[in-house]
Design a protein around this ligand. Sequence first.
Ligand SMILES: Nc1ncnc2c1ncn2[C@@H]1O[C@H](COP(=O)(O)OP(=O)(O)OP(=O)(O)O)[C@@H](O)[C@H]1O
Ligand SMILES: O=P(O)(O)OC[C@H]1O[C@H](OP(=O)(O)OP(=O)(O)O)[C@H](O)[C@@H]1O
Length: 220
Amino acid sequence: MNNNLTIAMPKGRIFEEALELLRKAGYKLPPEFDDSRKLIIEAAAEGLRFILAKPMDVATYVEHGVADVGIAGKDVLLEEERDVYELLDLKISPCYLAVAGLPNTQMNEVAPRVASKYPNVAEAYFRAQGEQVEIIKLNGSIELAPLIGLSDRIVDIVSSGRTLKENGLVEYERIVDVTSRLIVNPVSYRLKDTRIDELVTRLHEVVAEGGSSDENSKNI
Ligand SMILES: Nc1ncnc2c1ncn2[C@@H]1O[C@H](COP(=O)(O)OP(=O)(O)OP(=O)(O)O)[C@@H](O)[C@H]1O
Ligand SMILES: O=P(O)(O)OC[C@H]1O[C@H](OP(=O)(O)OP(=O)(O)O)[C@H](O)[C@@H]1O
């Protein structure tokens, strides 16, 4: 059996911190990681292959088994509910999901509207509050929605709080804290348990020592 591991890595914000964790865990990663547009990168000496995916898609690759493991934000895992196991909290890229809106405003009583990149999380949150709302799915610049009258509230990621502040919005409710997680395909975990356990152990040691040195990761 091929005992190489394929790891789905999120491009963007999480990428550098995830890379640093892997390097601190002793994995020798090729220079392509630092300066390349390649989407598949082999670390042959380590028996690892990396695929570079959009953060929202990492769990999809892992669920379908084309990647054995992956690194994904808890926000993505809550939104997508993919059939994957969560093995380890890597404690990187911390932020949280919150309800926000214009200050001192009530939601429209007849037809409340909530804009979000996380429609499932938003829907579940308001349902649990006993409120029926119309969810409007957006793909970015979520803070625009209440400013321009598209929605009464948004459900979005907050990290420094700067985007809310600079757009005159306030936080109404903190929904859930978010960090990045190591996830695994259930079948891969059965077939490649030794290799995956080794990865988990090595990463766990680095996380326990304080993990990535990125300033943000000390905030929450
Ligand atoms: N301030 C933040 N805003 C968004 N995501 C954050 C933030 N801080 C940490 N994260 C984490 O990073 C992940 C998103 O990374 P990133 O913003 O690079 O991807 P993206 O949402 O696909 O962005 P884009 O569509 O702009 O490429 C989230 O899933 C979340 O876990
Ligand atoms: O609390 P802050 O530190 O300001 O970070 C939060 C902002 O960052 C993210 O947006 P992103 O930069 O990914 O842009 P987007 O609107 O295109 O999603 C998120 O959707 C918030 O808008």
